[in-house]
Design a protein around this ligand. Structure first.
Ligand SMILES: Cc1cc2nc3c(=O)[nH]c(=O)nc-3n(C[C@H](O)[C@H](O)[C@H](O)COP(=O)(O)OP(=O)(O)OC[C@H]3O[C@@H](n4cnc5c(N)ncnc54)[C@H](O)[C@@H]3O)c2cc1C
Length: 400
């Protein structure tokens, strides 16, 4: 049975995200984008609207909503601005859902509950100055010392680095395996901002996502209690891949919000601008650009819905999520480039929002697996070099 309808609860989450986007993000986004600052009211407003924990079970301070709700909220937030959807991606997709899946009860009470309630902002630190796509190239180490691990290393390009209270950090615990690039030597830790030896900073001068915080985390002899090891030594790579499965899903659905924002801006402008005696909406080549945006939006939506459906059944969805992310980002980039085109010279200035859409659209083909990495993944599935096996661990059970 195929059912394309949404439940009342799913629509309620969508409407809540839509309200935050329309009342808080859209009216002031040009100003925050220009000043390259995160709106200080955004995180409190998202927390107030339960947007930081709605798909976490009630037992841990959330609302127990499902993955389709997460997709709908991601789309609405990115309709407002990509930087707002990035908050959902890192706080919920890359931190809370993996902690729900892999952490023990004590860790969930200590770190997941405040995250779901929006009391502690959370993020994910995998990338390093010399290792992005090549995860096994990371250099951070975690050396056991009595009841602690001592962490040393540098994480780079981390969303909310300068804002978050707690970080999911990936580091080598087996230095022999590090030498052999054997990913079963990587482990995952929950690290608190307050631990001695942690410092963070922001990156300025980014092409896009300027209204969001992106930065670095530096760790110098940081003493992390052994209780903060997530799952067990050596499962860090598996956890990181699970994190990306959830984060990529929010990027895919979010990109649909960006395509819709491009489409709506073009519909409006094409009814206002006249050339050769008629509104530009009458010109067939302009219609074609708008039609392509609509097509891109529709089929990208079906792809994330399929991935969300698999996730709701606790079925492995790596292939479906990767495909949804790859295609939606590609379509968002194309839609944003055409949105500038439809606006002519005005699209080239920040008088209209489409130049921001254009700049923001680029990042999603780089983070959470570059365009090339997803292309290779899809080819490898088809060629029989990869397959989605069920994870040995229980996946989160979500209420529909
Ligand atoms: C705005 C933003 C936010 C981010 N947020 C986070 C975050 O919160 N946490 C986090 O951990 N990281 C984050 N990142 C980092 C991001 O995930 C990495 O940038 C990404 O994984 C790519 O890594 P890289 O930049 O090192 O590029 P590289 O891996 O160095 O790749 C460079 C180029 O080579 C290509 N390439 C690499 N390997 C291959 C291959 N085998 N075959 C073909 N082509 C290849 C790539 O596709 C790319 O075109 C963020 C990045 C940005 C821009």
């Amino acid at each position: 049975m195929i059912d394309f309808s949404f439940t009342e609860n799913q629509l309620a989450v969508r409407d809540m995200a839509r309200e935050v986007a329309s009342k808080l993000i859209i009216p002031s986004i040009a100003e925050f984008d220009r000043s390259q600052k995160l709106n200080p009211e955004l995180l409190p407003a998202m927390a107030e609207a339960n947007l930081l924990g709605f798909c976490i079970p009630e037992a841990y301070g959330g609302l127990g909503m499902d993955y389709i709700s997460l997709g709908l909220a991601s789309e609405e937030m990115e309709y407002g601005d990509t930087s707002a959807r990035v908050i959902l991606s890192v706080h919920v997709g890359l931190f809370s859902l993996p902690v729900l899946t892999f952490a023990n009860e004590e860790q969930k009470q200590k770190y997941l509950t405040p995250a779901a309630k929006g009391e502690k902002i959370s993020t994910f630190g995998l990338t390093e100055p010399a290792a992005g796509s090549d995860v096994v190239g990371l250099q951070t180490t975690a050396v056991k010392d009595g009841d602690n691990y001592i962490l040393n290393g540098e994480k780079m390009w981390i969303s909310l680095a300068d804002v978050a209270d707690q970080f999911l950090i990936f580091a080598w615990t087996d230095l022999e395996k590090k030498k052999n690039r054997d990913h079963s030597g990587i482990s995952c830790f929950i690290v608190e901002r307050g631990f001695e030896g942690i410092s963070t900073g922001s990156i300025h001068g980014k092409l896009g996502v300027r209204a969001g915080n992106t930065g670095f985390i530096s760790m110098q002899d940081v003493k992390v209690p052994k209780e903060n090891l997530v799952h067990k030594e050596g499962s860090g790579f598996k956890i990181a891949m699970f994190c990306l499965d959830q984060g990529r899903y929010t990027v895919a659905a979010g990109s649909c919000g960006l395509i819709k924002a491009c489409r709506d801006a073009c519909v409006k402008y094409s009814k206002e601008r006249k050339t050769f005696g008629s509104f530009i909406e009458e010109h067939q080549l302009v219609k074609q650009m708008i039609a392509n945006m609509e097509a891109g939006y529709e089929y990208s939506t079906y792809l994330w819905l399929k991935a969300g459906w698999l996730k709701n059944q606790s079925l492995r969805s790596t292939k479906a999520t990767s495909l949804a992310k790859w295609i939606a980002c590609k379509e968002a980039e194309a839609a944003a480039a055409n949105a500038v085109q439809v606006h002519g010279a005005y699209g080239f200035s920040d008088e209209y929002p489409v130049e921001r859409f254009y700049r923001n659209s680029k990042g999603a083909s780089i983070y959470e697996g570059t365009r090339e990495i997803h292309t290779l993944m899809q080819a490898d599935y088809v060629l029989g070099h990869r397959e989605d096996k069920q994870l040995e661990l229980d996946l989160p059970k979500v209420d529909q």
